[in-house]
Design a binder for this molecule. Sequence first.
Ligand code: BDP
Length: 326
Amino acid sequence: MPPFKILRHSLAALTLIAPLCVSAQNIVLKAADVHPTGYPNVVAVENLGKKLEAATSGRIKMQMFPGGVLGSEKEVVEQTQIGAIQIARISLGVLGPVVPEVNIFNMPFMFRDEAHLRQIIDGPIGQELLDKISSSSARLIALGFMDSGTRNLYSRKAVRKPEDLKGQKIRVMGNPLFVDTMNAMGGNGISMGHGEVFSALQTGVIDGAENNPPTFFTSNQYTAGMKYYTQTRHLIIPEIFVMSKVTWDKLSAPDQALVKKFGREAQLEQRELWNKSVTEYVAKLKAAGVEFIDIDNKPFYEATAPVRAKYGVQFADLMKRIAEVK
Ligand code: BDP
């Protein structure tokens, strides 16, 4: 057959097949998380996938890629923006450089405690922030928040006050706000992706980092000479999970409604899993010999006032509303 005929035949075949593919609308959602299998966020997103699969009789499926195999959170955000990844579960911290409005939640000592943060993310202010992300130019649809507890500092040396951090290189997430925060707390903030922290600690490229107990344990960072876990309680940041707008726009309105409904359920399910995991990993860290240092964190709070002033100036009204939520 002459080549043009083959081409014409294949095009004809394609036009026959293509409408079938579209009407079948089989979608496999690739989901990414830096945490390992079994971590509360991973489990909650996997369950969201299972519910979607059941509710659509297998038309929509999810494949979870845990453990950072699809890249750092920064890379995962970029991949999700272009539609190469469909669902990303990330810290709200790394979304700050992409959607600056979210930095309201990323400021040091923004929330009184975890209960305060939960009130906010479950209520109207949380919904407003999700809507801001979805309507921004980021091409991400925000499905829900998750708990990430309280971030505390860990280091090779015992830290009790800002002066103890002098000269220490402390890893923070990739957002200039966190570098400023760590510098204000007395150390030298160094930003890098989560997946690089363990070896950076081991090789002495950095002297410490900061995170919640489940991450500190499951990433093995506590085994890299991190003997002291100081209760600075400087950041209470939620996680967020988003869908690529490229994917979202391809879903029918009923499918979009399912994704939203199960997304909200995932937010609440993760919380139950989270509560259990904090108790479990605090016990494991202590059993492994990590010393938990309880301190009066007021000096760290005071030291970071300039950071709140610098980044908070654009959020004055919202900060007032957040403080008023009891
Ligand atoms: C963990 C968050 C994860 C971040 C990590 C980090 O769950 O999303 O990647 O911290 O510090 O608590 O990078």
